[in-house]
Write a protein that binds this ligand. Structure first.
Ligand code: PLP
Length: 395
């Protein structure tokens, strides 16, 4: 078996074992465990969305389909974006993928090759750095600074990390795992810098609808590159049906990209998945056009969950965190904790709660734990109760 492994590309082999997988493998399926480690709620996909997929199947939508997405879904994406954002993207700017993850993978494949660098603030979702390393590109991680008043991105540090090998800057706002939302002035500065240096921006805005700012005067959506960039510039936005409409298991997402990239993205999609099932795309149309009430209910649940998690952890001596303003995670540190993976394993065994270790999210996250608070109320209250009692016993 060693020989077989040795015959693989070193980049594919050298991906370090993910500490999230260590923790999930330890606790998965365990009786009575409340898992808050994953990025999803516990509501099922709403019936009206499932019905549209069933109808698609019954109508015989079982053949190969358009690589870029069915025209009806690309039209619906254009309508959805026109409702929410300032820049007038057309149906030809949208590309349907097998999830936010495939959108990111496709963007990376289009932009970065062997020896290229991509700059990204951390702590960050690990699935940017992983695919970059697998390709022989180098993720250049720029740690943000933690303060209970909020995480800070030092723009000078971010821009100083750019070299002549840099191809792109990745920004995830609202952030998984931080709940940080990039201020409008940061996005403008990054856009201007990227324009000046000819860099791509890969903007991951999958949590854009989960926004609960402290500032009551803020609008309904967080600042977005889609409001300040042109349709035909170096911007690829990655998005997904997963989070808004409880469709994580469907594996369906989209990209917003310049039309000039159409042929290239079409090829990449063809070589990766050869398109997304047409009957699922029918459901995507319905989610975009008719899914606002369901989404509002999910956002209400997330806001309530944030308040429950916040109140519970505020009562714990030595727990510190910034109040999340977006997404559905609380990223907290414990005074004296040195190994977040070890701590997450103990919390599974001794408290019956599954958390994600901060070490998984790159530099700056090592002393943190992440919990997902998009949960049905009773289950979240029970999880927080178990967790706070464990923390009280173990401090
Ligand atoms: N981007 C971020 C920041 C995420 O947290 C996730 C999922 O957790 C995704 C993208 C991808 O979502 P999916 O592949 O389920 O569409």
């Amino acid at each position: 078996p060693e020989d077989l492994l040795n015959d693989l590309r070193p980049e594919a082999r050298n991906e370090p074992e993910s500490s999230i997988m260590t923790v999930i493998n330890h606790g998965f399926g365990r009786q009575g465990l409340i898992p808050l480690w994953a990025g999803e709620g516990n509501l099922p996909t709403p019936r009206f969305i499932c019905d549209a997929a069933v109808k698609g199947l019954e109508d015989g939508e079982t053949f190969y389909t358009w690589q870029r997405g069915i025209p009806e879904l690309r039209d619906a994406l254009a309508r959805y974006h026109a409702r929410l954002y300032g820049t007038p993207f057309e149906a030809e700017n949208f590309f349907v993928t097998g999830g936010g993850m495939q959108s990111i993978q496709t963007a990376i494949q289009a932009i970065a090759g062997e020896g290229d660098e991509v700059v990204l603030p951390t702590p960050a979702w690990p699935n940017y750095a992983g695919p970059l390393r697998m390709k022989g590109s180098r993720p250049v991680e720029v740690p943000m600074t933690f303060a209970p008043s909020g995480w800070q991105l030092d723009l000078d540090r971010l821009f100083d990390a750019v070299t002549e090998r840099t191809k792109a800057i990745v920004v995830n706002t609202p952030s998984n795992p931080l709940g940080w939302v990039a201020p409008a002035e940061d996005l403008l500065a990054i856009r201007d810098f990227a324009r000046e240096r000819g860099l791509w921006i890969v903007s991951d805005e999958v949590y854009a609808r989960y926004y609960f700012p402290q500032d009551e005067a803020a609008g309904p959506l967080p600042p977005s590159f889609l409001d300040i960039c042109d349709t035909e510039e170096r911007l690829i936005m990655t998005n997904t049906f997963s989070k808004n409409w409880a469709m994580t298991g469907w594996r369906m997402g989209w990209m917003v990209a310049p039309q000039a990239l159409g042929d290239v993205l079409e090829n990449l999609i063809q070589y990766n998945t050869s398109g997304t099932a047409a009957f699922m795309q029918r459901a995507g149309v319905v989610a975009l056009d008719e899914g606002e009430d369901f989404l509002a209910e999910q956002v209400r649940q997330a806001r309530e969950g944030r308040d429950i998690a916040y109140a519970a952890l505020s009562s714990v001596d030595g727990a510190r965190f910034a109040v999340p303003e977006g997404a559905f995670y609380l990223f907290f540190t414990l005074d004296g904790m040195t190994d977040s993976t070890e701590t997450a394993l103990r919390i599974i065994d001794e408290a019956g709660v599954g958390l994600a270790p901060g070490a998984a999210f790159g530099p700056g996250g090592e002393a943190f734990l992440r919990l997902c608070f998009l949960r049905e109320r009773g289950q979240l209250v029970e999880a927080m109760d178990r967790l706070t009692r464990w923390l009280a016993r173990n401090r």
